[in-house]
Design a binder for this molecule. Structure first.
Ligand code: FES
Ligand code: FES
Length: 196
């Protein structure tokens, strides 16, 4: 956990209070339902802060310039590239990472579908793929294969697991239709629409 973090009192355990340093500014984020008070340099990306300060390493640094989707998280329910957002620009908004979906033994429906359909090889792109799929299903609970491919077009998988990713998302959609539910949303415009 980085040196610029402390949790807001009462928002969770393990609070760490450290002095703010020169050039840092205060920003409050809600990450996976927990309020965080951060002192960060304005130049730092959301991806960097999530990984280095909050220890949330599920969002991956791939290209780090908006090309691969490995860093995809949800901001206010919409899929965004965390590598293109400044952390301070996310103040007072809900951020959800792959760690906020499920956990071992209690996977989210999309995570479970990816496991069951073997929708990964190396797995580096998988958190971003799942976050993108989750956002799609929140907006469109019954997408067809074409809609899934379009929605996930901003997430590259160099292993070529695309067909199984589509199959897993279709299966998760069937689960959603059966009442398993889907959180998050889909980036559709404005500052949240950072997926090429
Ligand atoms: S790391 Fe590639 S789009 Fe963010
Ligand atoms: S599973 Fe290897 S890059 Fe996607």
């Amino acid at each position: 956990m980085g040196d610029a973090l402390r949790e807001v009192a009462g928002a969770g355990g393990g609070a760490v209070a450290l002095a703010k340093g020169a050039g840092r500014v205060r920003a409050e984020l809600r990450v996976n339902g927990i309020a965080r008070e951060l002192w960060v340099e304005p130049r730092r990306t959301l991806l960097d802060v999530l990984r280095s300060d909050l220890g949330l390493t599920g969002a991956k640094p791939g290209c780090e310039h908006g090309e691969c989707g490995a860093c995809t998280v949800h901001l206010a329910g919409r899929a965004v590239y965390a590598c293109l957002l400044l952390a301070v620009a996310c103040a007072d908004r809900e951020v959800t990472t792959i760690e906020g979906l499920g956990r071992p033994g209690a996977l989210d429906s999309v995570q479970q579908a990816f496991v069951e359909h073997d929708a990964l090889q190396c797995g580096f792109c998988t958190p971003g793929q799942i976050m993108a799929a989750k956002a799609l299903l929140a907006e469109n609970p019954s997408p067809d294969a074409r809609e899934i491919r379009e929605a996930l077009a901003g997430n590259l998988c160099r292993c070529g697991a695309y067909q199984r990713i589509v199959e897993a998302t279709l299966a998760a959609a069937r689960g959603v239709g059966a009442g398993e539910g889907a959180g998050g949303g889909r980036a559709g415009g404005g500052e949240g629409d950072l997926r090429a």
